[in-house]
Write a protein that binds this ligand. Structure first.
Ligand code: ADP
Length: 483
């Protein structure tokens, strides 16, 4: 089988630049696809962290004027990632978050920044880099959404749009069509227009040859008004080319048997060793030693999407039931303040670290008893996959990828010995409270809890099966195009 060349286009890639699960996916999928004979090169913006993380580079493309400044494409590697980096300092050489400035607002030129990324992708798609011709452009989320549109304009290769989160639309005013190099006839329902503006996400959803999202459950949900953000009509119309492929996790980065961040390594045959991590975590989070209390944990953006307001409302009940909570996250200032207050008011029972901390995320997964993911919607969710692998029992709302990856401990699943966690519905205060109560009851039955942990740790959360599905999709797409 000859290797098929795929140009991935994304704004984040782990370990160089990450604000969420998107980076984990674009960072891990290429290696898994390589085993399926798919050769992925990933085009990313030249943020300082990206440029700084590259080894030796080679200039493979130059442009004199990309939105009023010069740009080059650098080819380089970071670990096993084969990267193409759009080095345009006037667009990307800025400190901090990739999308928002120090004032907390979106960078005013975000439309130009990501348009530049997508125009570069389309140029590469038609051979702008000598000796490199991708067969497929794989666009990730709105930042790459214009790539399928430009590829269509340029007569470029086939494209796939993967939606990691439909909530972010990449809007720009209609008046920018010309500036972004989009002809007026593309501004319409059958084009990039969405509610009177340009939407980069809509562009991808409309022009890509295939659409994928990160779980079969979310693929179905986004065709309904409750989860479709207004795109449900378009997505229903394109249902024939829309599919869901679950995310995996990098099982070498997330491996409790060989994790340099945790105190005691363990696997399913040495679960007793895990307790040392729980003791260490309680200490780190300022929690009282209380081995009979279920230690719930959260590793999350602190936002309404993630149901963090629901969790705050549930805290009194959880404390009354004797539980403890450890939170690692950052996000909405009001929610951050809410969790800080909870930690003050329930000192020793609620421990909170506001911030982003990879090592602590690993220590949390290795130490907590149960991971709470009470999302209102969840395209796939990665933290529950890490939790399964680390023997932290996931307690999740029954939406999207959460419903697809956690087997609820109902009577049938317990009887069959296949349960891996707790699902609850709806995503509400009462729903979450009930889910936590059920988890607490299961926790007190040590045998039942151990079986949940063991089943979770035995689940395949690797990229192997998903990569096979992406590979099939890419090959099928190229074959049907050629036919
Ligand atoms: P989303 O992409 O919607 O934020 P996911 O569950 O898909 O949610 O991915 C989140 C990723 O970010 C996971 O790898 C998770 O471990 C990580 N993460 C989230 N918040 C933090 C944090 N405060 N510190 C460290 N890692 C975090």
């Amino acid at each position: 089988m000859i290797a098929l060349r795929v140009l991935a286009v994304a704004s984040e890639v782990f370990p160089l630049i990450k604000t969420g699960g998107l980076a984990d996916v674009t960072g891990a999928l290429p290696a898994a696809l390589a085993r399926e004979k798919i050769a992925v090169r990933t085009l990313v913006p030249g943020y300082p962290a990206v440029i700084g993380g590259l080894g030796r580079t080679r200039v493979v493309m130059r442009r004199d004027d990309v939105f009023s400044g010069p740009a080059r494409v650098l080819a380089g590697r970071a670990g096993d990632l084969d990267l193409l980096v759009l080095d345009a300092p006037h667009l990307f050489d800025r400190p901090g978050n990739p999308y928002v400035g120090p004032d907390g607002n979106d960078w005013p030129d975000n439309a130009e920044r990501f348009s530049a990324l997508c125009q570069t992708a389309a140029s590469i798609g038609i051979g702008a880099i000598k000796g490199y011709q991708p067969a497929v452009i794989h666009a990730h989320d709105w930042q790459a959404g214009l790539a399928p549109a430009y590829a269509r304009l340029e007569g470029g290769p086939a494209s796939v749009m993967t939606v990691h989160n439909l909530a972010f639309h990449g809007r720009a005013p209609a008046s920018m069509m010309g500036r972004l190099g989009l002809p007026p006839e593309m501004f319409g329902v059958d084009g990039v227009e969405f509610h009177g503006a340009i939407s980069a996400l809509k562009a991808g959803l409309h022009y890509a040859d295939r659409i994928t999202t990160v779980s079969p459950g979310y693929a179905a949900e986004i065709q309904t008004p409750a989860f479709g953000w207004g795109f449900e009509g378009l997505l229903r119309h394109r249902a024939g080319v829309l599919s869901g492929i679950l995310n995996g996790i990098d099982t070498t980065v997330w491996n409790p048997a060989a994790d340099p961040a945790i105190k005691a390594g363990y696997d399913v045959t040495s679960l007793d060793r895990r307790a040392a991590n729980t003791v260490a975590l309680r200490e780190r989070m300022g929690l009282l030693p209380d081995p009979i209390a279920p230690l719930f944990g959260v590793i999350s953006r602190l936002t309404d999407q993630k149901g963090m307001d629901l969790l705050l409302a549930c805290l009194p009940g959880m404390l009354a039931d004797g539980g403890q909570l450890a939170v690692l996250g950052s996000g909405d200032p009001a929610l951050e303040a809410g969790f800080r207050r909870a930690a003050r008011e329930a000192a020793g029972r609620v421990g909170v670290v506001i911030g982003y901390d990879e090592a602590l995320a690993h220590q949390m997964q290795a130490g907590i008893d149960a991971l709470l993911v009470p999302s209102r919607f969840e395209p796939c969710g990665l933290t529950q996959l890490c939790a399964l692998r680390y023997g932290a029992v996931p307690v999740v709302s029954r939406v999207g990828g959460l419903a697809d990856t956690v087997i609820d401990a109902n009577a049938a699943a317990l009887g069959a010995g296949v349960a891996t966690g707790v699902q609850f519905a709806p995503s509400s205060v009462d729903g979450l409270a009930e889910g936590m109560r059920r988890a607490g009851t299961l926790f007190r039955d040590r045998g039942a809890w151990r079986r949940l942990m063991g089943n979770g740790m035995a689940a395949d959360v690797s990229w192997t099966a998903p990569a096979r599905q992406y590979a099939m999709l890419f090959r099928h797409l190229v074959e049907t195009r050629a036919a």
